[in-house]
Design a protein around this ligand. Structure first.
Ligand code: VG1
Ligand code: CO
Length: 544
């Protein structure tokens, strides 16, 4: 066999963030950069000899080259088999599904998720473990430690593997199996939802839906599921062909970056339902006719309506949200008598709770929801969940949300992002907050009185592991809240995220524009954290 052991030197910047290692493409293209990281991953995946690895990505620029490198490294490192997505495509939830279904040793997802792609865009590598979920902190720390000590990596010298045809090929002693990217995931989704009822809804001619794949990985999945299987007319799926640069856009399903879909849903003759997913298919945005559903409300609503879906007919074990996600789902949990957990940001923290059977549904304010069907968030799952609810309730998105607010009250919610702030300025702002956070309790700011304020520290209820410094939270006596944290997925400078939440029980006050309803809190966030002074910014770059 033609295995080369290549000498290399560590790169100091290979610390995985909230969701894998993310860097601009030219960083990944440096000689040995990807190889060092992958060797460090393999070294941390104990007992992988002769085992199976799942491999795929969201199709962004460098996906193809990276897959060929990883295949040759897997063969040189003794893997028995790699299941690789057709043309190198596998969404994040589909990868999780394949890992779990075939009980493989783990998987690698090539994606920088919602970050833009192309030669000057971002690339990323996410590592998933046996349960199908993202590698937990212990493992990402072990990988990072390896990257700082690495001296050599192993790679096979061979010609590239052809990924355009399904089937098996041999790469020396390792089998490369090119699998259908959609089939396994589609089957799983079909086992959860009432596809017959959704089919009736989508083919009735009375209900119009538009799905925007943003030229990212969900295109093939959405064509197969909505149009071919569920009877929605051709054209329901837009931008359904994955492109290396996502057509020049951000594959980020929010009001700013999915603005074409938003314009359509707010325009003349708008469809009844609109949805979009992100680059790697784990996020979702839900829109009704002239109506936007915040992800936090969506999570609460799915939990409240879960019994309408076959898979969750007998109820939920519990629910979980990331700490900055609004407390709307807590209100549902309280009423239904369910446990509700608050975890740090990032899907890896839900894995233990799901594996232990403590929760069934979980979600994040960042347009991510999922359940115990997988160990990743799942964009299409959320879209199908909404369709299932609408098919049963025969109501519009807006009616369903408004009824929810009547029952539970409304948690006005928004996230303000300050992107590309100079690192030292962002760190100083957080340090300043941290030094004062414990002194804020009891203080009055206009109509608000601080009930609690801390730097969020999470104790995993399953393994007891403590993860400190997960965001500064300031809670007020009326249930309102401000949270500050720095992003762990950006690739240029620092991104400050400010999460704002205000609770309103009175239905007569459920129609205020969100930024207006949060106006006092927005001003207060600046007063407490001195955002303008520290960052030099007058306003956020992105408001979601
Ligand atoms: C962001 C979101 C977080 C999400 C993460 C990965 O992280 O806030 O909720 O889990 O992206 O999502 P951060 O550290 O930048 O706030 V994805 O769709 O990029 O895998
Ligand atoms: Co994503």
């Amino acid at each position: 066999m033609n295995i080369h052991t290549v000498s290399t030197h560590p790169f100091t910047d290979q610390e995985p963030g909230t969701s894998g290692l993310r860097k601009p493409v030219p960083v990944f293209q440096q000689p040995h950069y990807l190889e060092n990281f992958i060797q460090s991953v393999f070294d941390s995946l104990e007992g992988h000899e002769r085992e199976t690895l799942v491999l795929g990505g969201d199709g962004r620029y460098y996906n193809h080259d990276a897959i060929q490198i990883i295949l040759k490294m897997a063969a040189a490192n003794g893997f028995g088999r790699v299941k690789v997505g057709h043309r190198g495509l596998l969404s994040t939830p589909a990868t999780s599904c394949v890992i779990h279904k075939y009980k493989t040793h783990g998987g690698i997802i090539l994606s920088a998720s919602h970050n833009p792609g192309g030669p000057n865009g971002d690339f990323g590598v996410k590592v998933n473990i046996r349960n199908g979920g993202p590698a937990p902190e212990e493992m990402t720390e072990a990988i990072y430690a390896r990257t700082r000590a690495i001296k050599r990596y192993k790679i096979l010298e061979a010609t590239d593997v052809e990924l355009k045809t399904l089937g098996k090929a041999q790469l020396e002693n390792m089998v490369v199996e090119v699998i259908d990217s959609v089939e396994d995931h589609q089957q799983l989704l079909e086992s959860l939802f009432d596809f017959e009822r959704i089919h009736q809804l989508l083919s009735s001619g009375q209900f119009r839906m538009c799905f925007d794949a943003l030229h990212a990985v969900t295109g093939p999945y959405a064509h197969a599921i909505f149009e071919q299987r569920l009877g929605a007319p051709a054209g329901t799926v837009q931008n359904g062909t994955p492109m290396e640069d996502f057509g020049g856009g951000h594959p980020d399903p929010n009001l700013l970056y999915a603005h074409k879909l938003v314009d359509l849903l707010y325009g003349e003759g708008a469809p009844d339902f609109g949805a979009a997913c992100d680059g790697d298919g784990d996020r979702n945005m839900i829109l009704g006719c002239k109506f936007f559903v915040t992800p936090s409300d969506s999570l609460a609503l799915l939990a409240a309506n879960a019994r309408l879906v076959p898979a969750y007919r007998s109820g939920l074990a519990g629910v979980a949200r990331s700490m900055p996600t609004s407390q709307a789902v807590d209100r549902v949990a309280a009423r239904l008598g369910l446990d509700c957990y608050a975890t740090p940001t990032g899907w890896k923290f839900f894995g233990d709770l799901l594996d232990a059977g403590k929760v069934t549904i979980c979600g994040e304010e960042s347009f991510g929801t999922g359940s115990n069907h997988l160990r990743e968030k799942d964009g299409l799952w959320a879209v199908l969940f909404w369709l299932n609810i609408m098919a049963v309730r025969q109501q519009s998105v807006e009616q369903i949300v408004r009824e929810h607010w009547q029952t539970y009250g409304r948690n006005y919610y928004s996230r303000h992002d300050y992107e590309g702030v100079e690192n030292d300025k962002a760190y100083s702002l957080m340090e300043n907050l941290r030094s004062r956070v414990l002194t804020l309790k009891g203080k009055r700011f206009g109509p608000y009185q601080v009930e609690y304020s801390d730097d969020f520290s999470y104790s995993d209820p399953v393994d007891g592991r403590v993860t400190p410094h997960q965001g500064i939270r300031i809670g007020f006596t009326d249930g309102s809240r401000i949270v500050f944290r720095l992003s762990g997925t950006g690739t240029h400078g620092a991104t400050l995220r400010v999460y704002l939440e205000h609770y309103e029980s009175d239905p007569a006050r459920h129609d205020v524009e969100t930024q207006q309803a949060l106006g006092h809190l927005i001003a207060l966030a600046d007063e407490i954290a001195q955002i303008r002074t520290f960052t030099g910014r007058e306003k956020p770059t992105v408001i979601t």
